[in-house]
Design a protein around this ligand. Sequence first.
Ligand code: 6PG
Length: 266
Amino acid sequence: MNRNVRITLHPSYDVLAATTAARLITRLLDVQSERGEATVVLTGGSVGIATLKAVAESPARLAVDWAKVNFWFGDERFVPADSPDRNAGQAADALLDRVGVDPARVHVMAAADAVADVEAAAADYTAQLAAAARREWDDEDGSGDAPAVPRFDVLLLGLGPDAHIASLFPEMSGIRSRGVPVVGVTNSPKPPPTRVSLTLEAINTAQEIWIVAAGADKAAAVGLGLAGASPVQVPASGARGVNKTMWLIDQEAAAKFPEQLMRRDT
Ligand code: 6PG
């Protein structure tokens, strides 16, 4: 498990969103210059969406070839497509409808009025991920079986006060899932109750995972997440990117974490 964990403190919520946006733009540019295209997994939640708004407002956004960015979602609320609760809709309003993305490269999780039930939505996303992974594998002349998910260059995660990430909640079946990339969630403690989520195994295939958290109500989750607790009890502690895991937090969310450990190679 990669131990390259970076913790960066930001003076305020707004600076956190703006800085994370700048990081994302730069990361997308670097990956595009290396590979021609880049892939980001978006998160719901206020900080995740605020980051997308900051990207849309940044002059630097014009440097990214948005038509060559692949967008996936870490989780989604299983509600009708036009519900304001949809992460896909919030991401579209914040960024995707404001830059020239290729709609074929925006992969949303099925809405409640598009498929029979949440398990069908999980199966649909599993198939979308597998098809993209297969295409990538064939393009790169991979031998043998393609992986279950395509390459994720950056995977964004918000953080719940209970240290949940995506829609993986402490002690619940989702965080315990093994061998599958996507699960249906039917009793989310965070409303709405029914959701679709990448599993921790799928999340941890990402080259870089960025956990973005702001506010005093996240301080305990940050402290526990960084203290190496069990992922079943503290899902965020299980998030580990292949190359890097960054905790991007504001002062309030860092309240329970010693300042001297803000930059830590563990
Ligand atoms: C969701 C999110 C969820 C969120 C956290 C943090 O769909 O609800 O994916 O994991 O990121 O709950 O949300 P806030 O940033 O709004 O506190």
